[in-house]
Design a protein around this ligand. Structure first.
Ligand code: ADP
Ligand code: ASP
Ligand code: MG
Length: 415
């Protein structure tokens, strides 16, 4: 009997009717003889609403209490899902992270999974129940409630699929798969049939909100096939898998946009004496996640400047950390630039195609969009743009790589 993990995102459980629809899918799999673990997010925009409520009460709520509050959203939806399954005549049980033993570190609002206890899960599955797990949450060694970061119910699902050796991890959402760009911003974006873990990981890290990045890491590390699909239709979605031959035939697989960024620019750093190491160890200790780092040397190589791209909400904190160290490290000036966005082009085919960066920069130039920073890695090219230019820049880059046309590596287009 194979085991399936089925994850339903917020919009897919937003109403009683949608909860019933998701419950029916799980029951169907159960009746086909599969063991079923469901992972469920909070209903609709519940998490956003809870966050707004917290901010209405306090300008900077303690992170422990934020986690306590936000995890209630998932507790509501797992209980309702279990009731819906019961109502259809099947056995089901809802479990919080604390009840099943999903342990994390203690970094509130950004915790990482350390271990998952299989005992309770396996016991409930063996008794024939559909097990419904609260996504996004964990519990630390001290028994404190944690959360894994926004959108992290995907990661709960992939991690459960990994530890339980599931045959599949199905991510049910409000789009019918992973697209070449966010279809809300690029209306002619195209659905991708298959994508490598590497590319999906980069797409997710660069801002494709359809999947949480750490879910892909679990899938990749434990070889769990992930299928992103619509909760409203039965059409096949996107399969995330190990790289196959032919995947490198296209240079760019997708384009992403990350908004709400700020750049901390640090000038006149003494080059080559370990200043960046000290700076980043301090920033790391404060749990600030740096999106991108660009260093450039000047003055004959003796001085350097650094630009750190961070989420806007972390900008003040990051600037304080850098300014605090400025005297000791002999740093020149520290400046913050806000209202930035980042457009990235991603594809494993970049390894074997040249001219990709040129095409991207050209597309932005033709659209009259200034580039404020550039960073590249083996399969990603990113440009920092003004926030207002982000969506237009994304569409220009998507067009330049002709991503609306059928995928030449898709099964339908090869013979
Ligand atoms: P869920 O609540 O099911 O987890 P999310 O809102 O987290 O759903 O993710 C689905 C949304 O991700 C889509 O509605 C879409 O607007 C957005 N999205 C961003 N980038 C992409 C992409 N490349 N492909 C598909 N959807 C994307
Ligand atoms: N409810 C959480 C959020 O909105 C987790 C998730 O949906 O994946 O971020
Ligand atoms: Mg999501």
């Amino acid at each position: 009997m194979s085991l399936i993990v089925m994850k339903f995102g917020g919009t897919s459980v937003a109403t009683a009717e949608k909860i019933h629809r998701a419950a029916r899918r799980a029951v169907q799999e159960r009746l086909h003889g599969h063991q079923v673990v469901m992972v469920v997010s909070a209903m609709g925009k519940t998490t956003d609403e809870l966050l707004a409520l917290a901010r209405a009460v306090s300008p900077s709520p303690p992170k422990r209490e934020l986690d306590m509050l936000l995890t209630t959203g998932e507790q509501v939806s797992i209980a309702l899902m279990a009731m819906a399954i019961h109502a259809s005549g099947q056995e089901a049980i809802s479990l919080t992270a604390g009840q099943l033993g999903l342990r994390t570190d203690s970094v509130h609002t950004r915790a990482r999974i350390q271990s998952i206890d299989r005992q309770r899960l396996e016991q409930e599955l063996a008794s024939g129940k559909v097990v419904i797990v609260a996504g996004f949450q964990g519990i630390d060694q001290a028994g404190e409630i944690t959360t894994l970061g926004r959108g992290a119910s995907d990661t709960t699902a992939a991690a459960l699929a990994a530890v339980l050796g599931a045959g599949a991890c199905e991510i049910y959402t409000d789009v019918d798969g992973v697209y070449t760009a966010d279809p809300r911003i690029v209306p002619d974006a195209r659905k991708i049939d298959t994508i490598s873990y590497d590319e999906m990981l980069e797409l997710a890290s660069a801002g494709a909100g359809v999947m949480h990045g750490r879910a892909i890491e679990f899938g990749m590390r434990f070889g769990v096939p992930i299928h992103v699909r619509s909760s409203l239709t039965d059409s096949p979605g996107t399969r995330i898998m190990t790289e196959t031959q032919g995947m490198e035939a296209v240079s760019v697989r997708g384009v992403t946009l990350k908004e709400d960024l700020a750049s901390i620019v640090v000038t006149d750093i003494q080059a080559g004496v370990g200043v960046p190491a000290q700076l980043f160890s301090e920033i790391g200790k404060k749990n600030i996640v740096v999106d991108d780092i660009v260093q450039a040397n000047h003055s004959g190589g003796s001085k350097a400047s650094l630009a750190l791209l961070v989420p806007s909400e972390d900008a003040d904190h990051a600037r304080d950390v850098v300014e605090h160290l400025a005297g000791d490290l002999g740093i020149g000036s520290v400046e913050v630039f806000r209202n930035l966005s980042k457009v990235s082009a991603i594809g494993v085919g970049m390894r074997s195609h040249s001219g990709v960066a040129g095409t991207m920069f050209d597309a932005l130039r033709h659209a009259d969009i200034p580039i404020w920073g550039i960073s590249t890695s083996e399969i990603v090219i990113s440009c920092v743009l003004a926030e207002d230019d982000g969506p237009k820049g994304m569409r220009a880059v998507h067009d330049a790589f002709d991503l609306s046309s059928p995928d030449p590596t898709s099964a339908d287009n090869t013979d």
